[in-house]
Design a protein around this ligand. Sequence first.
Ligand SMILES: *Cc1c(COP(=O)(O)O)cnc(C)c1O
Length: 429
Amino acid sequence: MEQKMAAWGFNKQKRTVTIRDFLEIIKRNLKENDERGVIHLGHGDPSPYPSFKTTPAAEEALLNALRSTHFNGYPPAAGLSAARGAVAEHLSKDLPYKLSGDDVFLTAGANHAIEVVLTVLARPGANILFPRPGYPLYEARAAFSNLEVRHFNLLPERGWEVDLDGVEALADDKTIAMVVVNPGNPCGNVFTFKHMLEIAQTAKRLGILLISDEVYNHIVFGSNKFLPMGILGEGTPVVTLGSMSKRWLIPGWRLGWIAASDPNGVLKKSGIIESIENYLCITADPATLIQGAVPEILEKSTDAFFSRTNETLRESADACYATISEIPSLSCPHKPEGAMSTMIEINPLLLEDVKDDVDFALKLAREESVVIMPGSVLGLKNWLRLSFSVEPATLRDGLERIRAFCSRHSNTYKDESRIEKICFIKSYA
Ligand SMILES: *Cc1c(COP(=O)(O)O)cnc(C)c1O
């Protein structure tokens, strides 16, 4: 029969591997009937754990919004103006200028904000610069929009700072933007002001848009304070992505935002803001009910709630760093000081029957019922991403299982000269 519709020859959309994909694969590899239970260190959803309960202020605000019956209808495309205004005021506390509600666009979580921004920026021939290791949804989203991705490195030996020479080398006249994530997922680093200034100057020199993913804003517990990239918006326009998911521990509520941190109005003049508004008219909205609760959540959440989360995360980060440092085949080059995860390097030469990071993660799941994310999914082979935003006792249990796994697989070539020899042979193979 003759083919009538082009759709029957449908060419499947390209999509790169995401964290969700790998979690599905791991699920199929888990040990069966392990009475110890599964420990999830593979993705950052702290909400099931008692130590990471949201504040009663947020629950109360949501109930009030529900009972008011004011939020049963459709929201405006850019979000309820009271909620936009409240987010603008909230963000302005950290800025040297004031944002207005018109500078804020509400989205169904920051993941949706990524969709909106990348869809708006994608055009034939354009490319965009992402960090490696990174947050794989960016790659997947760009691939779906046929936006070419180029990766610059984050440097472990420099506390995961951006390799700015790499950025300069990658950018050309088709480069539309660069993305940074601060506080960092997956590395758990927090940029210094000096480094932020260098990043902003680089973006300005190259004439590219700076997109700053700050979903972990204020989730810091080391020596570097959190500063929003928007403080440099006077020099170069910044598109800030934010969310209630991480700081309020409510990823299921799906509320995020895009903020134009751009006091000179460059984004407005360039048409980017209008394009965002246009796209928001044809994409899904965050639930009106949640938007209705936003002003009260922002007003009533206390510093005590935020400090408690940060204190728990600080202890968890310390526990990770201490245990990993004791395991010969693993190393953590930089103690996490923000966000909810850290990167761990594997030395496969010190492990037997463990080919690489993916093999490590699959065997760890099968033997110890511990889920961890292979670095390959984030662009960094033979590394692991460990999310430590779980109940502290569960984390300690998970770390001990990782220790037991590594010691069981530690190879027989314990003496250093053998290892050097293997390295030597490998480098000539
Ligand atoms: C969790 C996360 C997001 C997505 O946040 P949601 O608001 O839950 O969609 C975006 N970027 C990074 C770096 C994240 O870690």
